[in-house]
Design a binder for this molecule. Structure first.
Ligand code: CIR
Length: 256
């Protein structure tokens, strides 16, 4: 059962953050409205929120997921792969130290973004990406092993159109994963029931299973119908402004 989440709203200069997609500049007022709806959805799913202040020193800082991996009593501070985001970890560290009993940290030369870590029960898939390197993945695997969690590295560097592993795969619970077609034949996922995201709806592969609900991005009708047909209680959220900055549902919170 998830009970808490950390969130940080976008700052006034959110549009100055990093992006690899050509979807235009985000409207910050609209991003703030979407963020408020996101927070309300997390609360509807039973989570108590810790709301951090917007941080204009780091335009990408609303994407708190990339700064830490949290599991049980432990937080593992990341070392983000984009230099412009490196300072975000120190900004969130005091909050994590106040919540978690044990803190580990990815050290140089390792790099790791939280968006590259997909937890499925007691196993983590760790994406090797433009942001997460082998050393970062190896360090994380070691920390996870200390916590009784196994892991597998998945190389996503040849897959076009995804920034992080979790841009293309999410855990729905009940042994079920949602994934984009580029992952459909991957042997690492063969023991799971797969809900394939239709071509053209790939953005929807990033979702949140939060207790009794599944939170998905609005605007992907085939995928939404498939998830509803499985019997999940679905909340669909407009994510348009975050999408313009390569962000999706999981990026906007740390859940524990
Ligand atoms: C970045 O490029 O780092 C941000 N603009 C987007 C980060 C998205 N984070 C995530 O998927 N976990």
């Amino acid at each position: 059962m998830l009970t808490h989440a950390l969130v940080r709203p976008p700052s006034a200069n959110f549009a100055d953050g990093l992006t690899s997609v050509a979807l235009g500049k985000p409207d910050v007022a609209r991003a703030l409205e979407q963020h408020a709806c996101y927070c309300a959805a997390l609360e509807q799913c039973g989570l108590v929120l810790t709301r951090l202040a917007a941080d204009a020193d780091f335009p990408d800082s609303a994407f708190v997921e990339d700064t830490a991996i949290v599991t049980g009593d432990v937080a593992i501070l990341t070392r983000p792969g984009a230099a412009a985001r490196a300072g975000e970890v120190a900004r969130i560290e005091p909050t994590l130290r106040a919540i978690f009993l044990r803190i580990h940290a990815i050290a140089t030369p390792g790099t790791l973004d939280g968006g590259d870590v997909c937890r499925i029960e007691n196993h983590c898939f760790i994406g090797l990406s433009e942001r997460t390197n082998e050393d970062g993945a190896r360090q994380l695997a070691g920390f996870l092993a200390q916590e009784g969690c196994t892991s597998t590295a998945i190389d996503i560097r040849g897959i076009r159109g995804i920034l992080h592993l979790k841009s293309g795969i999410s855990y729905l619970g009940n042994g079920r994963i949602a994934l984009i077609d580029a992952f459909a034949q991957h042997t690492a996922f063969r023991n799971y029931e797969i809900v394939q995201v239709a071509r053209g709806e790939g953005y929807a592969a990033n979702l949140l299973r939060l207790n009794d609900h599944v939170v998905i991005a609005a605007g992907f009708p085939k995928f939404e119908a498939a998830v509803r047909a499985l019997g999940y209680d679905v909340i669909a959220l407009d994510m348009s402004e975050f999408r313009k900055m390569d962000g999706a549902l999981t990026c906007l919170s740390l859940r524990f």
